[in-house]
Design a protein around this ligand. Structure first.
Ligand SMILES: Cc1cc2nc3c(=O)[nH]c(=O)nc-3n(C[C@H](O)[C@H](O)[C@H](O)COP(=O)(O)OP(=O)(O)OC[C@H]3O[C@@H](n4cnc5c(N)ncnc54)[C@H](O)[C@@H]3O)c2cc1C
Length: 292
């Protein structure tokens, strides 16, 4: 059924404080809208159950990228264009800059925000594996104050998160300790642009003395939530990359993921591609010269 604009209320308070106060007055009644690229799709499809929308698009507190000595803090309402054009993001967090560059087309990158991608909580979201690889932390804010949460703990199940009804994601913090790591990321979809991933990977690694010193591997679209492959990382640590360890990595990765059949792909295809992506990462890492 078509949505009727008269059924909806949209407000745009001028400060973060005013927005969190509004959320606290009626927890769950107001739906934050940032770029609107997910919310407006639901609206156009007549599936937007929330009737009260509060815009957070223009809040200066959410639109800045702060570069501190030990981390960068990306305001939740920063867009993909903000990310892919930022010098420190490009240099130190290339997995995130790449994901920003293939999230929809240019129009979508000008409106879609990192916070929206996180809270929309799609297992296929393109920026989220990078956040896992970089061990991101989230700053959540409400009238009660701020709390910091590892991003790894934020998604608790399909489309489920730890965000309270009166909270916003304020910022995404990335530690500045991955410069020099080998980075590998790929999106596998029907096309390179304007396609939802069938599977995607963001991975970091370092070699030492011909063996894998550290591997940090995250996949999207292969489980109800974006997944860090902790067992696979452990299985390859301290090993040289040869056919036998590639076979172990494929097998361990297959055991960690929980793909589904859906309109975009199948369990069989996703499992096979996930194994290929992990193996390709390890092969490229081993010849990359990225040392500890
Ligand atoms: C044409 C098109 C192509 C797309 N392609 C891709 C793609 O390739 N890859 C991909 O991953 N996604 C894609 N998307 C999905 C979408 O663009 C992203 O998920 C985007 O990051 C959403 O951000 P937004 O600011 O537009 O979110 P909104 O639509 O404003 O909000 C989405 C959800 O997040 C909540 N929210 C937003 N910000 C906050 C916050 N700071 N705190 C609390 N809650 C918040 C909202 O309440 C809502 O529930 C595409 C969408 C379109 C329309």
């Amino acid at each position: 059924m078509r949505s009727d604009p008269a059924d909806y209320q949209l407000v745009a308070p001028a400060s973060l404080r005013a927005v969190v106060s509004l959320l606290a007055e009626e927890p769950g009644a107001w739906l934050p809208i940032a770029g609107g690229t997910d919310v407006m799709v639901q609206y156009a499809a007549g599936k937007l159950s929330a009737r009260k929308l509060v815009s957070i698009w223009n809040l200066p507190e959410l639109r800045r990228i702060e570069v501190l000595s030990d981390e960068i803090r990306i305001g939740a309402a920063c867009t993909y264009t903000d990310l892919r054009e930022h010098e420190v993001v490009k240099l130190e967090f290339p997995l995130l800059a790449s994901a920003a560059g293939w999230t929809g087309g240019i129009a979508n990158q000008n409106r879609g925000t990192l916070g929206g991608n996180i809270v929309n909580a799609s297992p296929a979201a393109d920026s989220l594996p990078a956040l896992l690889a970089y061990e991101a932390e989230l700053i959540l804010v409400s009238v009660r104050g701020e709390r910091r949460l590892p991003y790894l703990d934020f998604h608790t199940g399909y489309k489920k998160t730890k965000l309270a009804a009166d909270e916003l994601v304020q910022a995404v913090c990335l530690p500045r300790r991955f410069l020099g790591y080998f980075s590998y990321t790929r999106k596998v979809g029907a096309r390179n642009a304007q396609a939802i991933s069938k599977a995607c990977i963001a991975a970091l690694g370092r070699m030492s003395g011909g063996v894998v010193q550290e591997a940090r591997i995250a996949l999207g679209s292969v489980a109800p939530v974006p997944l860090r492959l902790a067992e696979t990382e452990r299985a390859v640590k301290g090993k040289s990359v040869d056919p036998s360890i590639l076979a172990v990595a494929r097998k361990t990765a297959a055991a960690e993921i929980r793909p589904i059949d859906d309109i975009r792909s199948t369990v069989r295809y996703r499992s096979s591609v996930a194994g290929n992506l992990v193996a390709e990462f390890l092969e490229k890492l081993s010849i990359s010269g990225a040392k500890a």
